[in-house]
Write a protein that binds this ligand. Structure first.
Ligand SMILES: [Zn+2]
Ligand SMILES: [Zn+2]
Length: 370
């Protein structure tokens, strides 16, 4: 069938809105009518060449929710009409990580920037007959997509699909980093550097954990205002050494228990590290451009302060566990989802959506489909 898609064709170029041919699902695959897909910064990194993908053309988009239309004959537990969230790491179910329930560490994860389906073949082609890849094995910037069942989580139908899309990437990344990676405890102090899609969810994750000092740092005042609504107790508009000093001033000179680096790690990791108290945690949730090969932390500081620097992808827990858990927290009113969506767009306006993200206007832009 023909489906309209936003296609990455070249670094530095806007996404091309064009019809592509989408083949029917194979045995282990599912065809999904996309209802909502979030404008995450990761796709912008791809458009700019800061996060390299193996091919073009490729349909980007990895924060998607929709309704199943068709399933292959080897698909288990997913049926037409099901409401689903798509996971940006597939969770093959067979590797040593999946066997331990650690789908966020799946051995297939490095392949999500390659383009093909999980089975290595292509399901999309353009008007010239060329293979078209699918970012994160999802390709969510399209009216319809075909994905392996390994990328599909069935959810209850009471959750609006625009809110369900949020728990595909930004919300689990942020909330999980606080709850499952740093394991923030009641009474802890937290610093969040960069209050975008990930960072705002670290703020609300820290609040869920009972942190009593939650310092939100950004250089856009509007984001700091939003952060207060999500649970920040203090806000700091500063970067570099001024950021470190402001946090030390707020924490009796010792720094926070946990710092989260949610934007531009080359510029923010060291100030965040130095704003963290001895034996504390520094968690990196943000992407660094591929061109940056290292980030300096003076080794003697790392040794002497006994801090832990750690990465967190997908909130450091299987999305198969975390996504239903987050939706339960939404139902009880403990997790804010609707407040995360700043603006909605038609697919044809997706490049404007990314311009708005880049201009700091959006916490989360969301493309909605009929
Ligand atoms: Zn994302
Ligand atoms: Zn696996």
């Amino acid at each position: 069938m023909i489906t309209q898609a936003a296609v990455f064709r070249a670094v530095g170029a806007p996404l091309s809105i064009e019809p592509i041919t989408l083949d029917a699902p194979r045995a282990s695959e599912v065809q999904v009518k996309v209802k909502a897909v979030g404008l995450c910064r990761t796709d912008l990194h791809v458009m700019r060449g800061e996060r390299r993908v193996a091919m073009a053309p490729m349909v980007l988009g990895h924060e998607a929710a929709g309704i199943v239309e068709q399933v292959g004959n080897a698909v288990n537990g997913i049926a037409p009409g099901d409401h689903v969230v798509l996971t940006f790491i597939p969770g093959c179910g067979r590797c040593r990580w999946c066997a331990r329930g650690l789908h966020h560490l799946c051995a297939q994860a490095p392949r999500i920037t390659q383009g093909p389906q999980l089975d290595g073949s292509y399901r999309r082609s353009d008007a010239q007959g060329r293979d078209v890849g699918a970012f994160c094995m999802i390709g969510g910037f399209a009216e319809r997509t075909v994905v392996d069942q390994a990328s599909v989580i069935v959810i209850d139908k009471d959750v609006p699909l625009d809110l369900a899309a949020l728990v595909a990437c930004g919300v689990p990344a942020g909330v999980g980093a606080a709850r499952h990676r740093a394991k923030v405890k009641a009474g802890d102090s937290v610093l969040v550097v960069g209050c975008g899609g990930d960072g705002m969810n670290v703020v609300q994750g820290a609040r869920l954990c009972g942190a009593t000092t939650i310092i939100a740092a950004d250089v856009v005042d509007a984001k700091l205002d939003w952060a207060r609504g999500f649970g920040a107790t203090h806000t700091v508009n500063a970067r570099g050494e001024a950021l470190t000093k402001a946090v030390l001033d707020l924490t009796e000179g010792v720094g926070v228990n946990h710092a989260f680096v949610c934007i531009d790690p080359p510029a923010t990791l060291l100030p965040a590290f130095r704003a963290t108290q001895k034996a504390g945690n520094v968690v990196v949730t943000a992407i660094t451009p591929d061109t940056v090969k290292s980030i300096d932390i003076p080794p003697i500081e790392l040794f002497a302060t006994q801090k832990a620097v750690m990465g967190a992808v997908y909130g450091f827990i299987s999305p198969r566990l975390q996504i239903p858990e987050l939706l339960r927290l939404y139902r009880t009113g403990d997790l804010r989802l609707a407040e995360l969506i700043t603006r909605t767009y038609a697919l044809a306006d997706i490049n404007q959506g990314y311009a708005d993200l880049d201009a700091g206007k959006n916490l989360r832009g969301m493309v909605l489909f009929d």
